[in-house]
Write a protein that binds this ligand. Structure first.
Ligand SMILES: Cc1cc2nc3c(=O)[nH]c(=O)nc-3n(C[C@H](O)[C@H](O)[C@H](O)COP(=O)(O)OP(=O)(O)OC[C@H]3O[C@@H](n4cnc5c(N)ncnc54)[C@H](O)[C@@H]3O)c2cc1C
Length: 460
């Protein structure tokens, strides 16, 4: 019997496979529903352009992840880029982040933002919603002009109905001195936030990383295997193509709601019922190639205002010059929506409207478009609703007790990056090797001198 089955060959699933093999453990199988590995890290070549599923840029804050990237595909094959991003407000582009770059904005926005910050609800204890969190740390003005409309668009959800527990490193905090200094000085403050620098492959799009990672993995990846039923009682996974696989432990990197929906479980458990409580949005990603030279030096621009259906437009040529034809420009646009609220026809209309608005904003015509690639991300941003806050932890624990480790961005139902996908894979493998008592067989695991459980480490 296979000791470990890994479901999904996106970055998290491949990271699990890589780290198992790195520790000389080969008794695992990976199953992927698609005919290609990579999950959201796929690149599409078309008419001399390369498009990803929207901008997938590597923001690195962890030294292990940096060395992993170097081992997998040599850092010299990546460009290290300093972010140049902006926010489009009132027909002007102000540098990102909004809260520390008020200079040049209309006077009423600057005054609202400063006044609101001074009167922010500092005394509010434990803000329960994102709305309250903004009022506590930034005040009503910055909320009104940026955080509320932008995040409503990003999540396609009411910000009074989501919790702030995703904010962490994604929303940089600030102080009054910085706000005022940068409201009266044209010198923008750019070096803040988790994404102020990024790595991106010199060529081949983000899938370059997946291709290299795949080459480091010896075990076969079983593609075209869509798991449709997981029998918890007999520990068997049934696939759409008729294959079935028994497991001792299951690492699932597929979306948690899909995993739960597919469970056949003992009558008293009722875990599958929770699948409908886990909400996420979908992203429509329109990519366009234009027969014009540089439109801007920006890597991407946020659009908080309602009149634009998209929340962000990025410029492929600035992110990666090799991704576009010579003397051309290419963009990616992102629109969030709740899948249960949109019909196919509405999504088609949304696509057309978004493209028309983009062309108008960039002062281009349909005749400038030389290629178009429309991509859909059915699972995009997890909605941090109150149910998730209350129940997710215990749900994941219950699955663990049933030998299912659900991990990664969609496995743990969270807002996270490629760096975390690799680290999540590494962590789950370390825990599993301990469980499997792999130490006895291979002596690859050592305990620190203190003999503390928390200090168990895997030799690198
Ligand atoms: C719009 C957007 C922009 C992003 N931008 C960035 C960025 O700039 N930088 C960054 O670091 N991160 C970014 N991310 C996050 C990044 O995409 C994820 O962290 C990462 O791709 C997660 O990888 P994963 O393997 O956990 O999930 P996935 O990539 O979703 O992989 C899951 C795999 O499981 C497979 N699967 C699903 N169901 C089944 C089934 N039933 N049976 C078998 N296989 C199945 C899927 O086909 C897929 O291959 C972005 C995400 C989104 C949505």
């Amino acid at each position: 019997m296979t000791e470990v089955v890994i479901l999904g060959a996106g970055l998290t699933g491949l990271s699990c496979a890589y780290h198992f093999e790195k520790n000389n453990f080969f008794n695992f199988k990976v199953f992927e529903k698609n005919d290609r590995e990579g999950g959201l890290l796929k690149s599409f070549k078309q008419d001399g352009f390369t498009f990803d599923f929207t901008g997938h840029l590597l923001h690195i804050s962890d030294s292990y992840f940096l060395s992993f990237l170097d081992n997998i595909s040599k850092l010299s094959n990546f460009n290290l880029v300093t972010r140049n991003s902006g926010i489009y407000i009132d027909k002007k582009i102000t540098p990102y982040p909004f809260q520390t770059n008020l200079y040049g904005l209309p006077q009423n926005i600057i005054l609202d933002s400063i006044y609101g910050f001074i009167n922010r609800k500092k005394s509010l204890r434990n803000p329960k919603t994102f709305n309250e969190w903004v009022l506590k740390y930034f005040g009503s003005g910055i909320g009104k002009h940026f955080f509320f409309p932008y995040n409503k668009k990003l999540f396609a959800f009411d910000v009074k109905k989501i919790t702030p527990s995703w904010t962490g490193r994604f929303v940089p905090k600030t102080n009054l001195k910085t706000i005022i200094k940068n409201a009266i000085s044209p010198k923008s403050q750019n070096n803040v936030g988790y994404n102020n620098k990024f790595y991106y492959p010199k060529s081949g799009g983000i899938e370059y990383l997946i291709k290299n990672l795949k080459n480091k993995i010896q075990n076969k990846i079983h593609k075209n295997h869509n798991a449709i039923n997981i029998d918890l009682i007999n520990k068997i996974i049934y696939f759409e193509n008729g294959h079935k696989e028994k497991y001792k432990y299951l690492i699932s990197t597929i979306p948690l709601n899909i995993l739960l929906k597919s469970l056949t479980e003992p009558a008293n458990l009722n875990l599958h019922k929770s699948h409908s409580k886990l909400l996420c949005n979908s992203v429509l990603n329109f990519n366009l190639g234009f027969n014009v030279e540089k439109l801007t030096k920006k890597h991407w621009i946020y659009f908080p205002q309602k009149e634009y259906p998209f929340y962000r437009i990025g410029f492929w040529n600035n992110v990666s010059p090799t991704s576009v034809q010579k003397s051309c420009t290419a963009i990616y646009g992102e629109v969030s929506y709740l899948p249960e609220q949109k019909t196919e026809k509405q999504i088609k209309n949304l696509t057309e409207k978004s493209i028309n608005k983009t062309l108008k904003n960039l002062k281009l015509k349909t005749s400038n478009v030389i290629t178009k690639k429309i991509l859909h991300l059915p699972h995009a941003y997890v909605i941090y609703n109150f149910w998730r806050e209350k129940n997710l932890k215990s749900l994941l624990e219950k699955l663990k007790d049933l030998s299912i480790h659900s991990t990664g961005r969609y496995g743990e139902w969270k807002y996270s990056s490629m760096q975390e996908a690799v680290l999540d894979g590494k962590k789950v493998v370390e825990n599993m090797l301990c469980k499997l008592n792999f130490k006895k067989q291979h002596n690859r695991i050592y305990r620190s001198q203190k003999g503390n459980e928390n200090n168990i480490k895997i030799l690198q």
